[in-house]
Design a protein around this ligand. Sequence first.
Ligand code: UGA
Length: 467
Amino acid sequence: MEISVIGAGYVGLTTAACLSEIGHHVLCADNDAMKLDSLRAGRVPFFEPHLDELVARNHKSGRLEFTTTEKAIDFGKALFICVGTPPLENGEADLSAIESVARQIAQSARGYRLIIEKSTVPVQTAQRLAKHMAIYNTNRLDYDVVSNPEFLREGSAVEDFFHPDRIVVGAESARAVALLQEIYQPVLNSRTACPAHSICPAHVKPTFVVTDTSSAEIVKHASNSFLAMKISFINMIADLCEAAGADIERVAEGIGMDHRIGPAFLRPGIGFGGFCFPKDLQAFVHIGEKMGCNFSLLREVENINVARVEQFVARIKKELWVLRGKTIAVWGLAFKPNTDDVRFAPSLAIIRRLIAEGAKVQAYDPQAVEKTKKEIPEMIYAENPYNAAKGADAILILTEWDEFRGLDWQRLLEAVERPLMIDGRNMLSADEVTSHGFDYVSIGRVPQPSSKLAAGQLATPVAAKSE
Ligand code: UGA
């Protein structure tokens, strides 16, 4: 099918590249001319596993092109709207970009268009879009407006496109549903090989869920809010474990074995970040309250998350006492592994607090350094975890990159001033870390003193315990 995707951000570019991979002819548009040039030259402006190879392959074959919004509106029978909906001061989503694209479509497209709202929006946006388009429809355009929320996770977005749990379509006409089904047929039938795997694991075929537009919009916000609620819940229980001398890992395992709860999203830590959960949660609270509903439960989810930063800083101070003049190594800047995204990353909030208290921070991240430099230029950036740890009074793990699992402990012990590791993601095992002479502090687990090796004395390496 001839498809246009408006907006070449994380969601738009991934959607465009994956749609071209499953056989559609896709025009991907953006208002940023420099971004378009860079995409045409094969440069993806952010790190997302497998996306660059998909963009290169499909651009070369001519199935994926980069163009202006005007040309894209003129081209696709199906128009995916993937423009940003950033938060306003009061937490409400800013819908001006969506409104502007809808107006352009109404004023310039001819014939029939399937308008697919992919950006995350408040409930009733599709209804408003349809009404708004009717006002500006000067060419007797025939159109349907549908909601088709995305559930892609950064870091595994390509894999998620090919192996979704479900494809949700909110539509008011059978014609629109049939077109969406046609677009996603290769994914629904698991017909196209997923570029993220050489051999795809046996996945259950995705369910095609059809609802009205408002229900589909709520599915998106409610899913993200529910996942955020699970994280704040486990963080609250982690605090109790710590106070009571219990172990959150065992508790989470015990809870997650109940199939009604499930084991996912029960990892405690420094809180959730990224451009989705914090803003979607705020926007959902805003909508709920605007519609007269009691959303205090979700307000508390947000409060718990915001407090994680201060709690973590307090934990660091408990260990280091005074921060002024101390050297602190930070491992991990991205809001989660396998991405270079630092938007609303708790790591950045923690670093800003440490610098404000006079600490010298030396940071390392495999992907997110360039983006962090724009936010915190005054910090020292290291090329590897060992250089970051040079002369450090503590090492903080703030993102659970796989790279931090296979460490050269001897090199690390020689680099630090004081062997103390504060693991904000519970990614290492206390036994492993302490057996190498480090003190280990983590979240919701009983603090582990080291095996009291004298400074400089090296432990016999033990096999890394699998997590
Ligand atoms: C999230 C959703 O998972 C996607 O389904 C959704 O499409 C996307 O938002 C979106 O709305 O665009 P994403 O923000 O990429 O995806 O990342 P997640 O993997 O969901 O992680 C979000 C945050 O929660 C990260 O900071 C992560 O470290 C944290 N987290 C996650 C925890 O602290 N504990 C957990 O157990 C899981």
